[in-house]
Design a protein around this ligand. Structure first.
Ligand code: NAD
Length: 282
């Protein structure tokens, strides 16, 4: 009989996440006893000390691994024995596996975004791309975009220092085209000349309605990616579609990050098409 798989998701506000059912449904397709539980952190519980105690408890309780999210993706780095190349590059981890007495960190947000882009926008021009949002997800997206061969990556954020810091970090840790920060005021000029724009701000979610920038700046030669996936059709994507832009929603990234983590946890190939269908129906 195969050993049961026990996974946890640790972070703030994780209770409604769709990642647990995505994993459990895929586990069931593999005939596994696969249990995925959420551990919701309250404010102030994102300290290294607290996360260490959760990791120790998870290991003792026989967890196979963990997904971790806001606000501990960076905090956890110091608690790991080993990091995948990707996790080291971005300085953040979203997947942790207990391998014997070693704790190993991976980042499937980066691979998830890259795989979704390869599925949906593989053929688009990418000489210059604007990324709006330099938070946790934005840093994974910036790393992925560099790996996807973007010639010039321009990062903007309402917090100018954060955009600047991300541009410097990604430039130092990855190789590829030019990368720099710009201000929100530069967007009209930038969007008039670049090939694509990616939203990695929370704008477009039910709790953050609207768009991060004025959609009248969109035009049909731009590809538009929104990594927000609840709802799938954000105000930004709707406006982009109406202008005839190539678009990519956040669903593919959400599915691939889960599928990559599933494969890391189980060493078995995930049925990505089925996982996407599940996600669309959840
Ligand atoms: P975060 O809070 O770490 O970062 C958000 C960033 O956006 C911040 O730097 C903030 O200053 C900036 N920002 C907010 N409003 C802005 C505006 N109007 N203009 C410019 N910048 C603005 O959040 P995060 O963890 O990076 O996640 C961002 C969103 O990405 C989430 O809300 C979620 O919807 C989405 N997400 C999707 C996936 C997926 O798999 N599809 C994965 C992770 C996150």
């Amino acid at each position: 009989r195969r050993p049961a798989v026990l996974i946890g998701l640790i972070g703030e506000g994780v209770t409604p996440s769709l990642t647990p059912p995505m994993h459990e449904l895929e586990g069931a397709r593999h005939g596994m006893s696969y249990v995925y539980r959420t551990v919701d952190l309250s404010r102030g519980q994102g300290t290294e000390e607290h996360v260490r105690s959760l990791f120790d408890a998870a290991r003792r309780l026989g967890f196979t691994g963990l997904n971790i999210t806001h606000p501990i993706k960076q905090t956890a780095i110091g608690l790991l024995d080993e990091l995948s190349e990707n996790a080291r590059r971005v300085g953040a981890v979203n997947t942790v596996v207990f391998e014997g007495d070693r704790t190993v960190g991976h980042n499937t947000d980066i691979t998830g975004f890259a795989e979704a882009f390869a599925d949906e926008l593989d053929d688009v021009a990418r000489d210059a791309v604007v990324l709006v949002g330099a938070g946790g997800a934005g840093s994974a997206v910036a790393t992925a975009l560099r790996g996807l061969g973007v010639g010039e990556l321009i990062i903007v954020d309402q917090d100018a220092e954060r955009a600047d810091a991300l541009a410097r970090t990604v430039a130092a840790r990855t190789s590829g085209g030019a990368i720099r920060a710009a201000s929100l005021d530069d967007l009209p000029a930038l969007l008039a000349r670049v090939d694509g724009v990616v939203n990695a701000t929370p704008l477009g979610m039910a709790a953050h309605p609207g768009t991060a920038f004025d959609v009248s700046l969109l035009h049909e030669r731009l590809f538009v990616v929104d990594i927000v996936y609840r709802p799938v059709e954000t105000a930004l994507l709707a406006a982009a579609r109406a202008r005839g832009c190539r678009v990519m929603s956040g669903l593919g990234m959400a599915m691939h990050q889960a599928a990559d983590a599933f494969e890391i946890f189980t060493q078995e190939p995930a049925d990505r098409r089925a996982m996407l269908a599940d996600l669309e129906n959840l």
